[in-house]
Design a binder for this molecule. Structure first.
Ligand SMILES: Cc1cc2nc3c(=O)[nH]c(=O)nc-3n(C[C@H](O)[C@H](O)[C@H](O)COP(=O)(O)O)c2cc1C
Length: 294
């Protein structure tokens, strides 16, 4: 606060964390990767022609979007987005898994595995789409196994007006706001947005096949998804918030996931933000002096 008056007396931050989660260290040690896979990891090499894949003349620059990105602390419960905006955001998390790694769209060309994380979406305020539960299958080859792992009574209907290359399915119709809030540790941000979702990872099969080291990779993929959508939301004129607090078992029950075939690892919400006027926003890197001319 600039020019404000301090009240009260600040206390010292604790020297140590009050709570020690032994299991986190055990899981980190158990999932350490000490094997090498037969296939080599490909690293994209950028050439000048690749720059054309990154630039889009319309709208603000990537730099501006990256600098202005913040998490919404609350959503207004009113703002809706168009179906076109919604589909566009979802297109950006599609790695085009049928292509070779280096031919996948940025940033998925840096991810040396086929997608293993899919989105279960609670759609609240998307113009032209009926509110309800939707599912984005990020690798369409996995659709049969995903369907077999869930409640067989679910009717998988292609989402109306959805682009043909986007495997978005409409599972249930209805007001999902309260459900989304409940499974996201009762946080209103999951229901007051335009849509929120859980990231459901293909779980037991992948872990048995590859080993425990695969476990952190599923979080890395979820994190990458979140980073892409934080920026896409900002570029679309709305805002996002990652949700790390959620109840995983009730999430799985919504679609009756069988056993440990899928595991919810991260939640996310996107919509019209409410500005928190208690927080002062300064220009990003405003304190950094430009380097003197060489
Ligand atoms: C993995 C992750 C989990 C998060 N979980 C929550 C959450 O459960 N509830 C919430 O209100 N914000 C959540 N956030 C948002 C953070 O509070 C926010 O990112 C942090 O305060 C930094 O602010 P910034 O994103 O504007 O830089 C989460 C963010 C991340 C990246």
């Amino acid at each position: 606060m600039i020019g404000g008056t301090w009240h009260g007396k600040a206390n010292w931050l604790s020297r140590e964390h009050g709570v020690h989660w032994q299991i986190i260290e055990e899981v980190a040690a158990a999932s350490w990767k000490d094997t090498t896979e037969p296939h080599s990891v490909l690293r994209p090499r950028l050439s000048t022609s690749d720059v054309s894949r990154m630039t889009n003349d319309a709208g603000p620059s990537a730099g501006q979007i990256i600098r202005q990105r913040r998490s919404a602390v609350a959503f207004d419960g009113r703002t809706s987005i168009t179906a076109a905006m919604f589909f566009q955001m979802l297109q950006k998390v599609m790695p085009c898994a049928e292509r070779g790694q280096l031919n996948r769209p940025m940033p998925w060309d840096v991810w040396p595995y086929d997608p293993a994380v899919h989105l279960m979406l609670f759609v609240h305020r998307v113009d032209g789409l009926t509110p309800g539960l939707y599912f984005l299958v990020r690798d369409r080859r996995k659709l049969p196994s995903i369907q077999q792992s869930m409640n067989p009574e679910i009717n998988w209907v292609p989402a109306p007006s959805c682009p043909h290359d986007l495997p978005l399915w409409w599972l249930l119709e209805g007001d999902a706001r309260q459900l989304a809030v409940q499974v996201s540790c009762r946080q209103d941000i999951a229901g007051d947005s335009a849509f929120s979702f859980g990231m459901l990872a293909e779980f037991e099969g992948g872990l048995r096949e590859r080993g425990a080291w695969w476990y952190p990779r599923l979080f890395w993929e979820s994190g990458l998804l979140g980073q892409v959508l934080y920026l896409e939301a900002e570029a679309a004129g709305v805002r996002a918030t990652g949700i790390g607090c959620f109840f995983d078992d009730p999430v799985h029950e919504i679609v009756a996931v069988k056993g440990m075939a899928f595991q919810s690892l991260y939640h996310f919400t996107i919509g019209g933000p409410v500005e928190d006027r208690r927080v002062q926003t300064l220009p990003a890197y405003g304190h950094v002096k430009p380097a003197p001319p060489a």
